[in-house]
Design a protein around this ligand. Structure first.
Ligand code: ADP
Ligand code: MG
Length: 627
């Protein structure tokens, strides 16, 4: 998740031929689309001049659907058919969704592939389809405004999105008839919008407080490469929670109980949101509130900024813990931060800015509208990718957040692509067979920093079959990991002599949350020492197994011929000692025992080798060996 500047050959076109490209922020709460026109990026409004499209879709019994404000207006009265925050379900399996909580208002059903579908009046819809319905509206908006067909789009995703979530987002784009030029991390897009990729370098914090989620990322810009040093956040913290706190205050003031009906609940939240936004925009003074209650009474009151601040203060302070954690994880002191970029509609709230300014002791970057900054960065990227810039313009690329690797003998993870490698990337490594005559190989693709497979995340398993039988260690199997520009992984295994191959596209069904990624990274740092020890032990145990297995096979084949009773007893004893040592935890003892077995069997091995050479030559004429 860092950025690398490269030029992309073949995409540049003649300058007069401007191609329509757009950047889309497909948000949990709001989505929007921006494009570069006459050199500057602007967010495109709908026909009524509204730029933010609420990420809500309502499905109707006749099969039709509504998107945006029209849909969200009925969220309370028609909850089962009005889908909001669908981004939370993208690329997730049924189990993940169960974990997200029982409070979800939708009826989920398992689809054919085990992926969850939402049951609506218009039929079952996957999260991908719901997102595609949102994207379609944005696509129509661009094409209507600019009068032409889109060449391609860049869609933003949270930095912590995994393969499955990224793939789902890409699929949604395709389903909406869009050519997805690239997925871009949201914090990266925000940094691009501020032109920080053209700055000399430094450490950038992206503080993103949206409607329902909070994310903080620390990026380091180094010679055109943005590296994500750390990310953290809270997937259940945002502006909606401020609304709930203010609504709670009104209820308390008005003396209404918690058990209010849907209608009042909705009006309470709407009132709360209006108060919040008004107090945000208009500095001082109290905002009057009047609310018709269920018993027909009308409650009238007012709220001012200090009162609101008091209500939401604890919530804002909750965002500071992840900030502290990311700094610690990144090994950065607060005073080493060069820029703090504010992203997300909720960072308009002055109290948020105050507390964040105080925390980082620095002026914040707020000049670009915080709810538009991500779309604007995406539009700038899209413009370059579509080929509207001179050839020397640079492109930004991301890096992978967690290392990708493969399971090797002994339950160890062999890293093929280390974390923070810029993408797209392809890396290959050769592996071999463990047993004589082995004709198939099981490949287990892993994600994570830890040494042991059990501590990594399993992404996929597949098999390479039809390997020609050879002695152990002779086969050469080349395993190639390829990650495309969107962070999607393809793994290919190919046996070099026969050319047989197997391939898999990794689309894991269960996503990782940002917190899980963070935990995985932290674990790997905490355990690196014991992991190295565990690795050394496993490696030597595997070696012990191999030695014992080879010895046993040999003795069975020709032990009677080459070994007398005394030699045989010495070898058996050494083998027994090795087998015992290998069951223990002392890697040095195992190593010694291996050496003892090798010493005890040295003469025998030499006899065998000589005999085998003679055997091999016996069937051939001398001429054959001259060629
Ligand atoms: P997301 O990234 O989750 O899609 P946004 O960045 O669009 O969300 O942020 C939406 C949140 O921003 C909502 O909670 C909304 O109330 C809040 N918000 C938008 N404008 C204002 C404002 N003027 N004052 C306070 N909060 C605002
Ligand atoms: Mg957002």
């Amino acid at each position: 998740m860092a950025l690398l500047q490269i030029t992309e050959p073949g995409l540049s076109t003649a300058p007069h031929e401007h191609r329509l490209a757009a950047g889309i922020d497909l948000g949990t709460t709001n989505s929007l689309v921006a494009t570069v026109r006459s050199g500057s990026a602007t967010v495109l409004p709908d026909r009524d001049g509204v730029q933010l499209l609420p990420s809500v879709v309502r499905y109707l019994p006749d099969g039709a659907h509504l998107v945006g404000a029209e849909a969200s207006a009925r969220a309370v009265s028609d909850p089962l058919n009005t889908i909001s925050s669908v981004k939370r379900f993208m690329g997730r399996g049924v189990e993940d969704i169960e974990r997200l909580g029982s409070s979800l208002p939708y009826a989920f059903v398992a689809g054919a592939s085990g992926m969850p579908l939402i049951h609506t009046a218009a039929g079952d819809r996957s999260p991908v389809q719901v997102s595609a319905d949102i994207l379609s509206v944005l696509r129509q908006r661009v094409e209507a405004t600019l009068g032409g067909e889109l060449t391609g789009v860049v869609i933003t995703v949270p930095a912590y999105f995994d393969d499955a979530q990224r793939q789902a987002t890409k699929d949604a784009g395709r389903l909406a008839g869009l050519k997805v030029l690239r997925l871009l991390n949201e914090p990266t897009a925000a940094a691009v919008a501020y032109g920080l990729d053209h700055s000399a370098g430094g450490t950038v914090v992206i503080y993103d407080l949206g409607g329902g989620t909070f994310d903080v990322s620390i990026l380091r810009l180094n010679q055109g490469v943005f590296e994500v040093l750390a990310t953290a956040g809270n997937t259940a913290l945002g502006g909606d929670d401020m609304d709930r706190l203010i609504a709670g205050w009104i209820m308390q003031q008005a003396g209404v109980s918690d058990a209010v009906g849907h209608s009042l609940q909705r009006r309470l939240l709407q009132a709360a949101r209006r108060i919040k936004e008004t107090l945000t925009e208009t500095g001082t003074g109290a905002v009057p509130v009047s609310l018709e209650l269920e018993d027909g009474r009308t409650w009238e009151g007012e709220l001012d900024r200090p009162q609101m601040n008091e209500l939401i203060d604890p919530l804002i302070r909750k965002t500071l813990a992840p900030c502290r954690r990311t700094l610690r994880d990144a090994g950065i002191a607060v005073d080493e931060v060069d820029e703090v970029v504010m992203v997300g509609g909720s960072t308009r709230v002055p109290r948020v800015r105050e507390l964040v300014t105080e925390f980082f002791s620095r002026e914040l970057l707020v000049d670009i509208d915080p709810d538009k900054v991500v779309a604007i960065g995406a539009a700038i990227q899209a413009d370059i990718l579509a080929g509207n810039k001179p050839e020397d313009e640079m492109l930004l690329l991301d890096v992978i957040p967690l290392s990708l690797g493969i399971e090797t003998m002994g339950g160890l993870s062999e890293k093929i692509i280390p974390r923070n490698t810029t993408i797209p990337v392809a890396r290959a490594q050769e592996f071999t067979t463990f047993k004589d005559g082995q004709t198939a190989m099981a490949l287990h693709v892993l994600q994570g920093e830890r040494e042991l497979v059990d501590d990594c995340r399993s992404l996929a398993r597949f098999e390479l079959r039809g390997i020609p039988p050879m002695t152990a260690g002779a086969a050469r199997i080349r395993v190639t990991f390829q990650v495309d520009a969107d962070g999607l992984l393809g793994v290919t295994a190919e046996e070099q002599t026969s050319g047989i191959r197997a391939h898999i596209e990794v689309r894991p069904s269960y996503g990782l949350t940002d917190n899980e990624i963070e935990t995985m990274l932290r674990d790997s740092m905490e355990h690196s020492r014991e992991d190295m020890d565990a690795r050394r032990l496993r490696e030597v145990q595997v070696e012990a197994d191999r030695v014992l297995e080879a010895l046993q096979a040999a003795v069975q084949e020709d032990g009677d011929r080459f070994l007398d009773a005394q030699e045989r007893a010495a070898i058996d004893q050494a083998a027994q000692a090795l087998s015992t040592a290998s069951g223990g935890e002392d890697h040095r003892a195992i190593k010694k025992a291996i050496e003892a077995v090798e010493a005890a069997s040295a003469a025998y091995v030499e006899h065998r080798m000589n005999a085998n050479i003679q055997k091999a030559m016996a069937g051939h004429s001398v001429d054959e060996f001259k060629r």
